[in-house]
Design a protein around this ligand. Structure first.
Ligand code: SAM
Length: 265
């Protein structure tokens, strides 16, 4: 029997991020660090006329792209109207558009640089994102991005497994799956790195509150999650305690893939 394909519920994703638009920046320390690493990877030789920040969120990085490429048309594109509204209010100089990374609202061969940080992992199929970015990219243009791979929030996933059989952490494709999709995309690979990052907390509550403030606690596919009772939360805390390190801190691991892809031109 063929397993039903789990389709990402994009309305849930968009509304989850929309609700978090006000609190996102205050909690996004790790996301800022990753975006800075993506930014550093943009080839210096690139002089883009049209730049898209894909999954632009609150627009923090769109504003930076606008500073760097002041002569370019810079567009922040996001699935979430709540995020777009917030981004527009902070940076009216950029252009903002609603759109899905898997069905981009841009013409073929019209974009020179697509920048994207920690957004693609919210999509259904990485292959579809690649094919859409390839379609809208002008020959010679670059796709510079980060996304998350299997093993991300592995400690939380492991701790939940001791509590019940439901899925509480979104599944992330393996690095090899990303690698294979990229090798079939038509892009030339300028770089492709998997770099684990860890964020540390004193208590589990700091991590769960942070995920909530980021809007990153939304499950992309609706699944029964079970009610969070005090007893279940205690069991979750106990499960997480096994990861407490020598500095007495709880780690949360993120497997971050960074890549620079170029369309031959
Ligand atoms: C974790 S936030 C990252 C925001 C920003 N890039 C940053 O680094 O802070 C993920 C963003 O991707 C957006 N997003 C999720 N799925 C998307 C999709 N299919 N197409 C476009 N944007 C999407 C969300 O609405 C959210 O604003």
């Amino acid at each position: 029997m063929i397993e039903p394909v789990a389709l990402v519920n994009k309305q849930l994703v968009a509304s989850g991020f929309g609700r978090a638009a006000e609190s996102y920046d205050g909690a996004a320390h790790f996301q800022q660090q990753v975006a800075a690493e993506v930014y550093q990877r943009i080839p210096e030789s690139l002089h883009p006329g049209v730049v898209v920040d894909l999954g632009s969120g609150t627009g923090m990085h769109t504003a930076r792209l606008l500073d760097e490429y002041s002569a370019a048309l810079v567009i922040g594109c996001d699935l979430s109207w709540g995020m777009l509204k917030h981004a527009k209010s902070r940076c009216s100089m950029a252009n903002w558009c609603g759109g899905d990374a898997e069905a981009l609202p841009f013409r073929n061969g019209s974009v020179d640089l697509v920048f994207s940080s920690l957004a693609i992992q919210w999509c259904d199929a990485f292959e579809r994102v690649l094919s859409e970015v390839y379609r809208v990219m002008r020959p010679g243009g670059c796709f510079v991005f980060s996304t998350l791979c299997e093993g991300t929030l592995g400690e939380l996933h492991h701790a939940w497994q001791g509590v019940d059989d439901f899925e509480h952490v979104n599944p992330y494709p393996a690095f090899e799956e990303h690698h294979q999709a990229i090798s079939q995309s038509g892009f030339e690979v300028e770089s492709l790195d998997l770099i684990p990052h860890q964020v540390f907390y004193n208590r589990l509550g700091e991590l769960t509150r942070e995920l909530e403030a980021l809007g990153a606690n939304t499950l992309t596919v609706e699944r029964r999650q079970g009610l969070m009772t005090p007893g279940r939360y205690r069991a979750l805390q106990q499960g997480y305690e096994m990861f407490r390190n020598d500095q007495k801190l709880l780690p949360a691991t993120y497997q971050v893939l960074f890549s620079v892809l170029r369309k031959k031109g």
